[in-house]
Design a protein around this ligand. Structure first.
Ligand code: LLP
Length: 463
C-alpha cells in the first residue's frame, strides 16, 4: 500500500471554504468515546479494534463497506434504558432505526419491547420470537392486511393515527372476534429543534391527530364507543435527534391535559401515555447527549407533576428510543479508493460505499466524524470531504472533517455512529450492493445481515 499518494502536509489551512467543520482535533488518532461504540480502541499497531477484533481482519473476512456492530454496547445501552425506566414503565425499541432478527433476540433477552412500523418489521420481530404482546404497531397508513396480521398475532398495542384508522382497526378486530388494545397518536403542536424532516409534533405534517381544535378529543370520543377497541392511552412523538428536554415537557403537559379532559368528559382515566423516541446522540464531539437515567428522571418527574396538578393517577409511561440505543453501537468501515486534492478547496476522499449505505448526510445535512482505522498517522491534518462512488455530486458521507495528510488508497476509514437509520435506509442506487451488518462480541464476529449480492438484485428483476 502506498503510504503517500500525494505530498503530505498542512492543506488549505488559510483558505478554509465555507462549511461546518470543527477545528482539527489535537490528535487525529484519538477516538472520542462519545461517538464510538464502547469496545472500540486501537491495538499496539494502531489498528482500530472493536470487541477485541482489528478492523483489518474484519475487512479481510467480510469485505468493505460493512457496518460493524458492537453487540456488547448494544446490550449495555438497551439495558441502561430498561434499568433507567424501571418496572413501572416500558421501553419500546424503535425498530425503524435498525432491525434484524439478532437485534430482536438481544432486545427480548434484555427485557425491552419493540415498536414496528410496517408488515416487514412485524414479520422480522415475530420470526425472531418476540412475544406479540410486547410489540407496538405504528404507521400513518397501515394496510388492512397489515392490521389484520397484527391483530391476529395479538400485538400489545396498535397506535392509531387517523380517524379512518380508528374505524378500520375496530372493524378488523371485531370481525376477528377480538378487542384490540390501542393508543391514539396526537400532535401536540411542539416545534422540536431538529431538522424539518424529522420533526413530528407540529401540526402541519402527516402524523397523528391534532390536539388543536378538539380533534384529538373527538378521536378519543369515537374510539371509546367502538367495541373492537380498548383505548389504553395517548401517544406523542415530537421528533428525532433532540437534545433539549423542553419539547418533551410541553408534550407531557398537553398529553396530560387531554387525559384530564377525557376523565372529565367520559369518567375514564386512561392508564398509559407514550412519549415516543427522539433522543439525540453524538455524531461528532460537539454533541452532548443525555444519559438514559437523566431522561427517565426528567420524563417521570414531568408526568408525575402534571398528573398531580390535574388530580389524575399517574399513568404508566412508555418511551420508544431507536437511535439512542443502536446509533452509537455501529460504525461503517470503508476502504479508500481515491484521494483527490483540489487546490484551495479541500481533498475529496472516495470510498467504496456512499449515499446507498448512508443517505443521512444528503437527506438531512447530517454531520459525521471519521477516523483513519487501519493505522495511525502523524501526518499533518488535511480537510477532507468523504464521498461515495455514486453518480451524484450530493453523494457525501462526511461533509467536512480532518484526516491525516498521508491518507492513501487502500487505507481503511471508519465513520462512527452509523447504527441508526443507515442500514435501515440503505438503497440499491446505481445497483450498488447493500453492505452486511457484522456483529462483534468478545473476540468473535458474525454476520447478522449478509451483504447483498448481484444474484439478489437479478432475482428481483424478472425480465
Ligand atoms: N417512535 C416513533 C413514533 C417514531 O416515529 C420514531 C422515529 C421513533 C419512535 C424513534 O425515534 P429515534 O429515537 O430513533 O429518534 N430517518 C431519520 C429519523 C426518522 C425517525 C422516524 N421516527 C434520521 O435518520 O434521522
Amino acid at each position: 500500500m502506498s503510504r503517500s499518494a500525494h505530498p503530505a502536509g498542512p492543506r488549505h489551512a488559510d483558505v478554509l471554504p465555507e462549511g461546518h467543520y470543527a477545528a482539527p482535533a489535537d490528535d487525529l488518532n484519538a477516538l472520542d468515546p462519545k461517538v464510538w461504540a464502547h469496545t472500540v480502541g486501537r491495538d499496539a499497531d494502531g489498528v482500530v479494534t472493536v470487541g477485541g477484533l482489528p478492523v483489518t481482519q474484519l475487512a479481510e473476512e467480510y469485505g468493505t463497506p460493512a457496518y460493524i456492530l458492537d453487540e456488547a454496547d448494544f446490550r449495555d445501552r438497551a439495558r441502561a434504558w430498561r434499568t433507567a425506566f424501571g418496572t413501572d414503565a416500558d421501553v419500546f425499541y424503535a425498530g425503524k432505526a435498525f432491525l434484524s432478527r439478532a437485534v430482536v433476540r438481544w432486545l427480548d433477552e434484555e427485557g425491552l419491547n419493540l415498536d414496528v412500523c410496517s408488515g416487514g418489521e412485524l414479520a422480522t420481530a415475530l420470526s425472531a420470537g418476540m412475544p406479540a404482546e410486547r410489540i407496538a404497531f405504528h404507521g400513518n397508513n397501515k394496510s388492512p392486511e397489515e392490521i389484520e396480521r397484527a391483530v391476529r398475532a395479538g400485538v400489545g398495542r396498535i397506535v392509531l393515527d387517523s380517524f379512518q384508522e380508528i374505524v378500520r382497526v375496530a372493524h378488523i378486530a371485531q370481525s376477528l372476534g377480538k378487542r384490540q388494545r390501542v393508543q391514539i397518536r396526537i400532535t401536540v403542536g411542539v416545534e422540536a429543534h431538529t431538522h424539518e424532516f424529522i420533526a413530528t409534533a407540529h401540526e402541519d405534517q402527516k402524523f397523528g391527530i391534532p390536539l388543536a381544535g378538539g380533534q384529538a378529543a373527538e378521536a378519543v370520543r369515537r374510539a371509546l364507543q367502538l367495541d373492537g377497541l380498548e383505548v389504553i392511552g395517548i401517544h406523542s412523538h415530537i421528533g428525532s435527534q433532540i437534545f433539549d428536554m423542553s419539547g418533551f415537557e410541553v408534550a407531557a403537559h398537553r398529553v396530560v391535559g387531554l387525559l384530564k379532559d377525557i376523565r372529565d368528559e367520559h369518567g375514564v382515566e386512561l392508564p398509559e401515555i407514550d412519549l415516543g423516541g427522539g433522543l439525540g446522540i453524538a455524531y461528532t464531539s460537539d454533541d452532548d447527549p443525555r444519559e438514559p437515567h437523566e431522561i427517565a428522571k426528567a420524563l417521570t418527574e414531568i408526568v408525575t407533576r402534571e398528573c398531580e396538578g390535574a388530580r389524575l393517577r399517574t399513568p404508566r409511561i412508555s418511551v420508544e428510543p431507536g437511535r439512542a440505543i443502536v446509533g452509537p453501537t455501529a460504525f461503517t468501515l470503508y476502504e479508500v479508493g481515491t484521494v483527490k486534492p483540489l487546490d484551495g478547496l479541500r481533498t475529496y476522499v472516495s470510498v467504496d460505499g456512499g449515499m446507498s449505505d448512508n443517505i443521512r448526510t444528503a437527506l438531512y445535512d447530517a454531520e459525521y466524524s471519521v477516523a483513519l482505522a487501519s493505522r495511525t498517522s502523524d501526518a499533518e491534518p488535511m480537510l477532507v470531504r468523504v464521498v461515495g462512488k455514486h453518480c451524484e455530486s450530493g453523494d457525501i458521507v462526511v461533509k467536512d472533517a480532518f484526516l491525516p495528510g498521508d491518507l492513501a488508497p487502500g487505507d481503511l476509514i471508519a465513520v462512527p455512529a452509523t447504527g441508526a437509520y443507515c442500514r435501515s435506509m440503505a438503497s440499491n442506487y446505481n445497483h450498488v450492493l447493500r453492505p452486511p451488518v457484522v456483529s462483534v462480541r468478545d473476540g468473535a464476529a458474525r454476520v447478522v445481515v449478509r451483504r447483498e449480492t448481484e444474484e439478489d438484485l437479478l432475482r428481483l428483476d424478472v425480465g
